[in-house]
Design a protein around this ligand. Sequence first.
Ligand code: C2E
Ligand code: MG
Ligand code: MG
Ligand code: MG
Length: 287
Amino acid sequence: EAKKSGRGVVRVFDESMDESIRFRRQIEGGLSQAIANGELRLVYQPIVAREQMEVVAFEALLRWNSPQYGQISPGLFIPIAEESNLIHELGDWVLDEALKMLAQWPGQYVSVNFSPRQFRRQNFVGHVVERVQHAGIEPGRLQIEITETAIFDNAERAADTLYRLRQMGFRIALDDFGTGYSSLYNIRKFALDCLKIDRSFIDGMGRERESAAIVHSIIHLGHALGLEVVAEGVETEAHLQALRVAGCSHYQGYYLARPLEAAVAVEIANERYMEPVIEQATASNGT
Ligand code: C2E
Ligand code: MG
Ligand code: MG
Ligand code: MG
């Protein structure tokens, strides 16, 4: 192909490769300074349950305000960190920060995202236990969110890690469920507490029968396996109603609340119940 399209094309291609590699290196360089420079913070999105709209948990979401690039989405910088060793330093910062917040909250648990490389590191269980003990937090108040990618590459080892985490009392959630390789048949091998239905299915529910059918099956089979099922990306009243009809009791999404600054999240945690849509409490860069 390259031969046919001639030299010019090849050169353009090479230049754009250079460009993206340079960009990644810049992001990496910036990230390696970000912790020391205080450019990172966590925002917290409520997870709300049942008719009463009880705030049962918060998901901690990382934000980076880079002096060079401004607010950069974790969707962009986490994969770059994941390809270097930075993910461990970043992940430890996230965990410690979330545990610090937990000490200020009454009953709720915090759900923290762990990337596949974090999850697969040597002695991951011991590492998490040590930090949780150091923070003086009960393991049951930390939910470890992993994706299907983290567990299906080496299913046996992952099953063992999850089992041991669960033995220690941690909660385990499978994030973005339905987008990876796992099936409802396979997940029974893993020690889980919670399935988070990927928001693409919630988004499709009103438009396509397929998405609605998938959402229904995940909810029913998840419940049948004794798992809590959380719908991600609940953006409208219609989503919420459809999910209720489908028997889903746990919701997360902009319709209920955007990710919130820590101080606002603490207030909401203390109130315990919330009304849908609290625009005024939205974090400035919380999306
Ligand atoms: P995720 O774990 O699936 O987190 C949910 C994402 O959906 C968040 O994006 C959240 O802000 C967004 N979201 C919540 N409700 C809605 C909604 O109603 N509509 C829409 N369109 N989006 C909604 P965010 O914060 O940009 O994070 C993106 C991803 O980056 C996360 O997806 C997670 O995979 C990763 N991430 C974020 N923080 C961390 C972290 O501390 N560690 C690791 N390893 N990954 C993180
Ligand atoms: Mg998540
Ligand atoms: Mg998710
Ligand atoms: Mg995601």
